[in-house]
Design a protein. Structure first.
Length: 83
């Protein structure tokens, strides 16, 4: 599922923001290589996608991110990321 909206913040007013949720059937997201400024992995997502898909998500995120951009991974501080 993809949701788009314009931010309402003062510094980034009007910047288009898109959210795309990972789906197992989508090995490649419908975005061009190097077209993403920032990617986020929400809390609990590592558990939801499972260890098998975890590497796929990181690989696809790496493909999509622009050089020197950021991948923010939010996890419970008591948990470790899958190896």
């Amino acid at each position: 599922a993809q949701t788009e909206f314009k931010s309402k913040g003062s510094r980034d007013q009007g910047v288009p923001i898109s959210f795309i949720e990972f789906e197992e059937r989508l090995v490649r997201l419908p975005l061009d290589k190097g077209s993403v400024d920032v990617a986020m992995l929400q809390p609990g997502a590592a558990d939801a996608i499972g260890p098998k898909n975890f590497r796929l998500v990181f690989r696809e995120t790496s493909r999509l991110l622009k050089p020197n951009s950021r991948f923010l991974v939010f996890i419970d501080s008591t948990r470790k990321l899958p190896a």
